[in-house]
Design a protein around this ligand. Structure first.
Ligand SMILES: Cc1cc2nc3c(=O)[nH]c(=O)nc-3n(C[C@H](O)[C@H](O)[C@H](O)COP(=O)(O)O)c2cc1C
Length: 178
């Protein structure tokens, strides 16, 4: 039987919610990023890492990339949680290539992408400023130039939205059912 650790880094709670759903389904052990030291992780045969997406970066993912050579004999699964629609998986190829620049890592790790949410009122000052700057950049563009994601960003800017959906973890859970 697989011994599974789910490790997550979540700033506003969406990634944590997905991590907890996965833990419930797999009866796995849960670790917040800061509590997951390497010695502990070595006790597991499978490591599932989840991080929120911030400007294309996966929060805290260096825990996996920096220690890859030590962890590479384990089953490693990485999931991201972001606002961008997960309908088109191609969108995530550059995100994976940026966060996992070494091909061997990309080949050996299974990736999943889930949708989270945002509550602008709860953003910290740096994140609020980043989002405000992005809005200014997009607002200056001709609306015909904007893709669906950008249009959605502008339409939901300043609001509270939540796309979290427990059903979307099914393909990840399925990896353990066969
Ligand atoms: C400053 C900032 C940058 C973000 N960048 C991205 C991004 O590049 N791609 C994306 O899909 N979502 C992006 N998001 C949305 C977050 O990924 C989303 O709110 C997610 O649910 C956060 O998860 P967490 O609360 O677990 O950290 C960004 C949010 C903020 C505040």
């Amino acid at each position: 039987m697989d011994k599974v650790a789910v490790v997550y880094k979540s700033k506003y709670g969406s990634t944590e919610r997905y991590a907890r759903w996965i833990v419930e389904e797999l009866n796995a052990d849960l670790y917040e990023h800061s509590q997951a030291d390497l010695k502990k992780l070595l006790e597991y045969s499978t490591i599932i890492y989840g991080g929120g997406l911030y400007a294309g970066g996966i929060a805290g993912v260096s825990l996996i990339t920096r220690n890859y050579n030590i962890l590479k004999n384990k089953k490693i699964i990485v999931f991201t949680v972001g606002l961008v629609s997960t309908d088109n998986k191609e969108v995530f190829i550059p995100v994976i290539e940026k966060n996992f620049p070494i091909k061997e890592m990309r080949d050996n790790i299974s990736f999943f992408h889930f949708r989270g949410g945002i509550d602008y009122k709860k953003l910290g000052i740096i994140h609020k400023t980043m989002m405000a700057m992005f809005k200014i950049v997009l607002s200056k563009r001709d609306s015909n130039e904007l893709d669906l994601e950008n249009k959605e960003f502008l339409a939901t800017y300043g609001k509270k939205i939540d796309f979290s959906d427990r059903n979307t973890i099914k393909p990840l859970i399925q990896l353990f059912r066969c």
